[in-house]
Design a protein around this ligand. Structure first.
Ligand SMILES: *Cc1c(COP(=O)(O)O)cnc(C)c1O
Length: 424
């Protein structure tokens, strides 16, 4: 009984906040983390034996569902051959070819161990290639926890980025300019002021770290145009969207192609993997070929490659499963919208394909400012209710819901039924 709480009490003695990543804390909903014992398909079981329908999917990676038999088999076979060699392997070659096949803008790719590393490295390459230092990021977009990207919401174009974390020297964020998501004018202003110093614009092509915020029509195209005009690189951070909306990621979905792309989450099939890639001419700058240094003892790890390769191969071989997933998700999120409306509420449901979220606000959410109008107290109450009823959601408002190909119609209907009971 109360095993989650007991584990949490132990955890906080030895681990800061009791968790190894802040998103796993349940503090913002005033609750105790569920300690997960195992997962299968779209279900999770916590240490108390309680079963949940999982709408986090390890924050994105588990698009095929947990414990997929083929992925498990490939990983088990890889484990038997050895955990790490620190040397080149055939699996890495296969992985690189597969990524380049699936994502046409990627002609060369380098494997790393996390999304954070992928973004940090891609930015270094963009700076190396352009010989410029400044980058533009959008407030509310998350690109991992490297120093230069932990920048406070910009409070004006003239301001250099201010660190958003203790321990980040001001010198590390001084070259990071903030712009407003879905606002091309806020990007243009930076370029007009110092366009010849800007190496790159980095963007989540669908923002999924301030809740889910869709790019307005023309926004991504506009970024492409501005970057071309000023000779800056466009970087799509597809750590969440890569292989999520279609085999070619958000860039394939919207038909707007960046110079560099970063991957994480799905690409590792549940193992710690990240990758960055893009045009050959740019990627040829990466060491040992070129002068941009980037390395990793465990990068391209054979067990991680086995997991990623088998998940990506399944996604490539059954592209029609995206259509089915996206259709199912359309119905599901529409179902949420209807239930909110029939309860006489006016909360926002943002979604695209299998990514979505509810904002507890009556304002349309198109950027960080409007996302912030959401009532997080209401989210906390809703989330705790859902958890009690066996629906596992992100324990914070500004995160996405992830559907997987393993969710069944029945589970989604049941989830809608629980939501309906909550909203009325
Ligand atoms: C999760 C995420 C990252 C960071 O990836 P980690 O593997 O957690 O380091 C970077 N960018 C985006 C868009 C993400 O969602």
């Amino acid at each position: 009984m109360e095993k989650n709480r007991l584990l949490y009490e132990e955890a906080v003695k030895y681990i800061p906040g009791g968790v190894n990543s802040p998103v796993r804390a349940f503090g913002s909903i005033g609750s105790c983390p569920r300690f997960i014992a195992r997962a299968d398909g779209s279900r999770l079981w916590d240490e108390e034996g309680k079963e949940y329908v999982d709408f986090i999917g390890s924050w994105g990676p588990m698009i095929l569902g947990h414990n997929h038999p083929e992925v498990r088999e490939q990983v088990t076979e890889a484990v038997e051959r050895g955990l790490s060699f620190g040397a080149a392997t055939a699996a890495e070659v296969e992985m690189a070819k597969l990524v380049c096949d699936m994502v046409p803008s990627v002609e060369m790719v380098r494997m790393v161990n996390s999304g954070t590393e992928a973004v940090m490295s891609a930015i270094r390459v963009a700076r190396g290639y352009t010989g410029r230092d400044k980058i533009i990021k959008f407030t509310g977009c998350y690109h991992g926890h490297s120093d230069g990207l932990l920048v406070k919401a910009g409070s004006g174009v003239m301001m250099a980025g201010v660190p958003d974390s203790l321990g980040v020297p001001a010198g590390c964020t001084g070259d990071t300019l903030s712009a407003r998501y879905n606002d091309l004018e806020s990007v243009r202003e930076h370029f007009v002021r110092c366009g010849e110093e800007i190496a790159a614009v980095i963007v989540e092509p669908v923002a999924a770290n301030m809740g889910v915020v869709l790019p307005r029509e023309g926004f991504l195209e506009g970024l492409r145009e501005i970057c071309d005009q000023y000779g800056a690189l466009l970087i799509f951070d597809e750590v969440i969207t890569g292989f999520r909306l279609c085999p070619a990621g958000a860039q394939g979905f919207f038909g707007v192609y960046p110079d560099l792309t970063t991957f994480g989450k799905i690409i590792g099939g549940g193992m710690p993997v990240g990758a960055y890639g893009g045009k050959r001419e740019i990627m040829e700058l990466v060491a040992p070929l070129g002068g941009v240094y980037q390395a990793g003892t465990l990068s391209g790890n054979p067990v991680a490659m086995a997991a990623g390769l088998s998940q990506l191969s399944i996604l490539r071989d059954f592209p029609e499963s995206y259509q089915k997933l996206n259709d199912t998700a359309d119905d599901f999120f529409e179902g949420i919208r209807q239930r909110i409306a029939s309860a006489g509420l006016s909360y926002q449901v943002n979604h695209i394909g299998s990514l979505g979220c509810i904002f507890f606000t009556d304002q349309e959410v198109s950027d960080y400012e409007s996302a912030k109008t959401s009532d997080t107290g209401k989210y906390a109450d809703y989330c705790n209710y859902m958890l009690e009823h066996g629906i596992y959601l992100a324990p914070a408002q500004f995160e996405a819901m992830f559907l997987s190909m393993a969710h069944t119609e029945l589970q989604l209907m049941e989830t809608l039924r629980v939501m309906e009971a909550y909203f009325v």
